[in-house]
Design a protein around this ligand. Sequence first.
Ligand SMILES: NC(=O)c1ccc[n+]([C@@H]2O[C@H](COP(=O)([O-])OP(=O)(O)OC[C@H]3O[C@@H](n4cnc5c(N)ncnc54)[C@H](O)[C@@H]3O)[C@@H](O)[C@H]2O)c1
Length: 305
Amino acid sequence: MRYVVTGAAGFIGSQLLRTLLDRGHEATGWDAFTDYYDPALKEENARDLPVERVDIGADGLDLDGVDGVFHLAGQPGVKSFGSVFPVYVRHNVLASQRLFEAAAQARVRTVFASSSSIYGDAASYPTPEDTVSRPLSPYGITKLACEHLAQAYRQEFGLDVVTLRYFTIYGPRQRPDMAFASMVAALAENRPFELFGDGTQSRSFTYVADAVEATIGAMEHGSPGSTFNVGGGSEVSMLQAIEALGSIAGRRLEIVQSPRREGDATRTAADTSRIQREIGWEARTSFVEGLAAQWRWAADRVAAA
Ligand SMILES: NC(=O)c1ccc[n+]([C@@H]2O[C@H](COP(=O)([O-])OP(=O)(O)OC[C@H]3O[C@@H](n4cnc5c(N)ncnc54)[C@H](O)[C@@H]3O)[C@@H](O)[C@H]2O)c1
């Protein structure tokens, strides 16, 4: 198949593009290499991958002859109140509107990467897809706006779209602003780790290779217009994650506590029965296996530096 992956220099997109190429698909990446985190890390992710510099919010989007587009480009991170909000509108809402417009016109199947952040502190746990969305962060609100845009393009212009709600993806190359990335980097560099909140906040942590499988599964088998949670299977608190990392690495992480971050949900827990039933996907990587892989990756980088 001929695919386009947007956000292909990012944490998840680069691993998705690699997997598609390894499976013999013809695939191209688009990425604007934004400076939300060090673009050198994105250059490194995209090394040896066919990634073109395309800003989805501004450039011409040619999807002629493409069988499917994986739309992962966006501005992530729940720290989105205040002066950064226009960046979220630009790279999530505006960019996605342009992508959906182009995909609808070219009649190209689209898989859109949304987020568990659209649930906020959810009304029920584990949270099924039809739970009312009450995002707590401007980030979650822009992702929800994108979901609605996708459905409007489906309704009015026949866009063939499948929406995925990723639940906290982790593993090698995780974005440096994410908790596990700072946690493993702190331990590898013998620095204290800044823990936001009391550490009881919990997540359905999802290993990146599992998220990539779910994303390809959604492209291949998701019915048009459907929405799926992509969650890791077990729920783990930050304190449990810190404990597990200590056992894996054989030494304890020093913690400095800071107040909870605005916009951060207390808990996320994915109900994944729909994606299991309709796509046959479930998370395969155990939490300890996945965390060990991320630890090895981070420790090797520090050792090589
Ligand atoms: N990592 C997670 O846990 C998680 C959870 C829920 C949802 N998501 C979503 O999944 C997607 C990928 O997340 P990630 O963690 O890999 O983030 P990432 O920041 O590493 O990757 C996103 C990429 O999109 C690119 N980009 C941003 N704006 C663009 C634009 N206008 N045009 C072209 N490229 C642009 C960035 O340069 C970046 O390389 C994002 O849409 C994110 O919101 C991620």
